[in-house]
Design a protein around this ligand. Structure first.
Ligand SMILES: Cc1cc2nc3c(=O)[nH]c(=O)nc-3n(C[C@H](O)[C@H](O)[C@H](O)COP(=O)(O)OP(=O)(O)OC[C@H]3O[C@@H](n4cnc5c(N)ncnc54)[C@H](O)[C@@H]3O)c2cc1C
Length: 580
């Protein structure tokens, strides 16, 4: 296969955001589009999404996009950019109908409309009570979105490069000119020359020990562009989902609580009544995860070690469970040997979602500073990006909505830019950085194993930088990350071959993960307040006077970290204390 490629638009990532971008770009006659993905497209994590996509269709009870926008802003603890939330809440309605017209098999109401259920933080009329807003296909919503979009992109003649790992984004003299990728099957480097590049590479949850995230979610591109001078926005806001299966973190959708599931402590008490009297178990995830940690810390955890909580579905009709929550019922049976129909399921908070990411404008242009200076030709969408729709805490079902709304915007804007731009020349040394990344691991002779460094990274991030943080734990983690980086330099691989060298790729991914941890820990140490998913035990209150602003974490050439800030775009919703 030729190793130099040229496309008007290159999309990196084949999850919901990438496929939506590719489709929209490809609908412009004459614009060539290719998708590069380290996984076969339908293995992307979007396919694991369960519970639903939120849109104010009003199919089950009255609903309005304004209510959805308000919930998103309040759920985000007022760090959400309000222009983004407004645009999102309106456009997601249309985007869901578009998926329906593409043939997505949504679950249905008795009248044949798209069925909707309750989800955390989604309310009617500005917090009065929970509202049915999540459109779902049983508990396989993401799977159906991914399959539907993949079929459509094949129809639209998008070209796919599967099992190609992007190792570098070619940002030269301030503009983006394409990417370099490693072909897993052959071990060869390929250069992709592009007018527009869309980054849609998903999350970075593998930096934590207990996580719902798939193995491939190692934050590759949030590291790669960081090293190219693009800052990270708000990485300190990392979401823990309340209901991961005990010890293994496999997710049980919030849809289970949307269908009536209840969290109980060792006394059998429905403790969320104390923390969120009006919407109880359907409070936003940051609040529920903290409440679970506190119950456990105060000795009311379940089990011999009192270290988990029960998710109780036993009062729900067995038929409803089997029909609307079939996959998670199976997960509980297979992984824990517990049948949710007759027994409560042991759960604990699990690392789930990065609210922060590559900073973008509302039109998905990547920016490099607090003045919104854009990188021409570079776009980002989906979990990897930060527009910022989710602020300090994302509401359930708003990520799938984000993918289709901002994936679409990315495709439209990337194609429009490509139509009016020329191919900027590529540097002759385009592959040098990528080769250096590979050689650093291939050429190392140390005795350290990538799996050991990764295990220690995940365990210490869990201990020092997860649901609760203090200056002490974060300072400790800064030091630990330095040690882990030193150990990483001594990581060598046993497989020196070129063909399907997954050991080499896992070691390279670990290097990316270390950067992601560093971004998070420095930003978290800097922000001396508690807001959304960032909970500082030494600064327990939200402090709008000092901290109603976004963090931008830069990496300097000498490897040090610099923090800058960016104002939050406010709007009609005044920041208020968050009560549910
Ligand atoms: C178990 C689970 C359940 C969830 N349920 C819901 C839900 O019900 N509702 C909701 O709104 N959200 C849910 N979420 C969150 C949501 O699914 C994700 O945030 C979203 O799917 C991310 O989509 P994406 O397109 O940004 O990236 P992904 O779907 O993660 O895709 C990333 C793509 O990037 C590619 N890639 C990554 N690195 C590279 C590289 N270096 N080179 C080349 N390609 C690369 C991968 O191959 C992949 O194709 C859930 C998440 C999980 C983990």
């Amino acid at each position: 296969m030729a190793r130099a490629h040229k496309y008007d638009v290159i999309v990196v990532g084949a999850g919901g955001a990438g496929l939506m971008a590719a489709r929209y770009a490809a609908q412009n006659p004459g614009v060539s589009v290719a998708v590069i993905s380290k996984l076969y497209p339908t293995r992307s994590h979007t396919g694991a999404a369960q519970g639903g996509v939120g849109a104010a269709l009003g199919n089950v009870s009255e609903d309005h996009p304004e209510w959805h926008a308000f919930d998103t802003v309040k759920g985000g603890d007022y760090l959400t950019d309000q222009d983004v939330a407004d645009a999102f809440a309106h456009e997601v309605i249309d985007a869901v109908y578009e998926l329906e017209h593409m043939g997505l098999p949504f679950s249905r109401t008795p009248e044949g409309r798209i069925a909707q259920r309750k989800f955390g933080g989604h309310t009617r009329d500005h917090g009065k009570s929970a509202v049915e807003r999540a459109c779902y296909a049983a508990d396989r919503t993401g799977h159906m979105i991914l399959q539907t979009l993949y079929q459509q992109s094949i129809k639209d003649q998008v070209v796919f490069f599967n099992e190609f790992h992007v190792l570098d984004v070619l940002i030269e003299e301030g503009t983006c000119r394409g990417v370099v990728a490693y072909e897993l099957a052959t071990g060869e480097l390929h250069t992709f020359h592009a007018k527009s590049t869309v980054i849609a590479t998903g999350g970075n949850g593998r930096m934590f020990k207990v996580t719902s995230n798939a193995h491939a979610l190692t934050g590759d591109l949030t590291s790669i562009v960081w090293r190219r001078g693009v800052p990270m926005e708000d990485p300190e806001f990392y979401q823990f989902h309340p209901t991961g299966l005990y010890k293994i973190g496999v997710l049980l959708t919030e849809g289970a609580r949307g269908e009536g599931g209840i969290l109980r402590n060792a006394d059998g008490e429905r403790f969320m009544e104390r923390y969120a009297p009006s919407i109880k178990d359907l409070a936003p995830r940051d609040m529920v995860s903290r409440a679970m940690f506190l119950e456990i810390r105060e000795g009311r955890g379940v089990g011999p070690d009192k270290d988990y909580i029960h998710l109780d579905l036993t009062h729900i009709d067995a038929e409803i469970i089997e029909e609307r929550l079939p996959d998670i019922t199976e997960f509980a049976r297979i992984y824990l040997g517990v049948d949710p129909i007759t027994e409560p399921v042991p759960v604990q908070p699990t690392a789930h979602y990065a609210m922060g990411g590559i900073p973008t404008t509302i039109d998905t242009n990547v920016i490099t500073d607090g003045e919104n200076t854009i990188v021409p030709g570079l776009y980002a969408a989906g979990e990897v990006a930060c527009a910022s729709l989710h602020g300090a805490n994302r509401l359930g079902t708003n990520s799938l909505g984000d993918l289709i709304v901002f994936g679409r915007r990315a495709g439209i804007h990337a194609a429009a830019y490509a139509k009016g731009a020329d191919f900027e020349p590529l540097p002759t040394d385009a592959q040098d950085r990528s080769r250096a990344v590979l050689d650093a691991v291939r050429g190392a002779s140390g005795s350290e194993r990538a799996s050991h460094v990764r295990r220690d990274l995940q365990a210490t991030m869990m201990d020092h930088a997860s649901v609760f943080r203090t200056d002490e734990t974060l300072s400790k983690q800064v030091e630990i990350l330095k040690e882990l980086r030193d150990r990483y330099r001594n990581v060598s691989v046993e497989d020196t071959g070129r063909i399907f060298n997954t050991e080499l790729m896992e070691a390279v991914e670990l290097g990316f993960l270390l950067d992601n941890a560093e971004q998070l820990v420095h930003a978290a140490q800097h922000r001396t307040e508690s807001r959304g998913a960032h909970s500082r035990e030494d600064y327990k209150d939200r402090d709008d006077d000092a901290w109603l602003k976004h963090t931008l974490v830069h990496r300097e050439d000498d490897g040090s970290v610099r923090i800058e800030f960016k104002p939050v775009t406010l709007g009609r919703y005044e920041p208020k204390p968050r009560v549910y």
